[in-house]
Design a protein around this ligand. Structure first.
Ligand SMILES: *Cc1c(COP(=O)(O)O)cnc(C)c1O
Length: 368
């Protein structure tokens, strides 16, 4: 018999502290916890999947989902841009993770404003990088100077930012693009809901990678597809770090349908996004009238920083409404000073679902 070695001693250093992502999958009447499209998937996508020749699953898909390249560039308004290319991935998570491997050695830093997308510190740790959080300036503006001062190999900017929903000013991003020491990743997972997008910056600098996803506005989270846009040479490096066959054949087919002009494809997506923006304004208003404070949002969710977050969420859950409790937020900027690091993140969807949330919230607040 071989000598018994503790598995934890065999694991790579730091593995024990990597969190396993917890998503609550138990059925509930109204799930506002994951920022997906609460109207569902575009009709053109459902049709494309139903009519698909499913025998293709016996073979490998395209190595790099090349059939999406031109449609994606057109979608983001860069079809004529010189020297710009696209990398796809199994969700934009895959693109973000690959970008870290492509540009930073183990031990090097990735700088980002905190709080931000929870997967960033996790992917950083997995790739041996040192997550370097920088507080937001007042009003959730990026503290561009402090971010640049980190001299990080990678600087990550989430615009609009998850979990706060807040928009970031172009001037701060411009400063970072002009002064950062390394590569700048701009995560536009919520671009379709934002008043302003920054994808044009990848034509201004060959060190800017802009990532987007089919998981949020496009209603295709279950298919796992995301992409990154940037200078051809930058994209080539991310593609190498990514590896082949990350986008499955059905996802690629569905995405082509989603990007097709028409009231069942791309226009459907943009119309639902416009409706989400209207409902977001109504929801922020309704929440604020109930004595809570929601941050102004540029995404399809709102954040309510409140020390009662856990209690409110469990009361809502009892009433069939699931929201996300955000924890571990810093005490800066001052909007987060009194919430003890916790808040409720609430997805925005069709108004009847929002009304169900508000009714449940009224009951929970009355009981408290
Ligand atoms: C949801 C989300 C993503 C990515 O999701 P994928 O499903 O992996 O495409 C990326 N960034 C942010 C900020 C998100 O909220």
């Amino acid at each position: 018999m071989t000598t018994r070695v503790e598995l934890s001693a065999l694991a790579r250093r730091g593995m024990e502290s990597i969190p396993v992502y917890i998503g609550d999958a138990t059925p509930c009447a109204v799930d506002l916890s994951d920022n997906t499209n609460l109207w569902g998937a575009p009709p053109a996508v459902l049709r494309a999947l139903r009519s698909a020749d499913v025998s293709v699953v016996a073979r490998y898909p395209a190595t790099y989902a090349g059939s999406l390249r031109d449609a994606l560039l057109e979608h983001v308004g860069l079809s004529g841009a010189d020297g710009i290319d696209v990398v796809t991935g199994c969700g934009s998570d895959d693109v973000l993770d690959s970008a870290m491997r492509a540009f930073a050695q183990p031990g090097e830093c990735i700088a980002f404003s905190s709080p931000t997308f929870s997967m960033i510190p996790t992917f950083a740790q997995l790739n041996g990088l040192t997550p370097t959080p920088v507080p937001f300036a007042p009003g959730f503006e990026l503290d561009a100077e402090r971010l640049v001062d980190v001299r990080a190999k990678l600087t990550y900017v989430c615009a609009p930012n998850n979990p706060t929903g807040t928009h970031v000013a172009r001037s701060a991003i411009d400063y970072i693009v002009q002064n950062a020491a390394g590569v700048i990743v701009i995560d536009e997972a919520y671009a379709e809901f934002a008043p302003e997008v920054f994808v044009d910056l990848c034509t201004a600098s060959d060190r800017v990678l802009v990532t987007r996803t089919f998981s949020k506005a496009f209603g295709m989270a279950g298919l796992r597809l995301g992409y990154g846009i940037g200078d051809r040479n930058l994209v080539r490096l991310v593609t190498r770090a990514r590896g082949p066959y990350k986008v499955n054949a059905l996802a690629e087919r569905a995405a082509r349908a989603a990007l097709t002009a028409g009231t069942e494809g791309r226009d459907w997506v943009l119309e639902r996004a416009a409706e989400a923006v209207e409902n977001r304004l109504r929801l922020v208003d309704a929440v604020n009238r109930r004595g809570l404070t929601a941050l102004p949002s540029a995404a399809n969710f709102i954040l309510i920083p409140t020390r009662r977050a856990r209690q409110l969420a469990s009361g809502l859950a009892t009433r069939g409404v699931r929201v996300r409790v955000i924890t571990g937020m810093p005490a800066e900027p001052r909007e987060l000073a009194d919430c003890e690091g916790v808040g409720l993140r609430v997805g925005v969807g069709p108004w009847p679902a929002m009304q169900t949330f508000l009714n449940a919230l009224d009951e929970v607040v009355a009981c408290a």
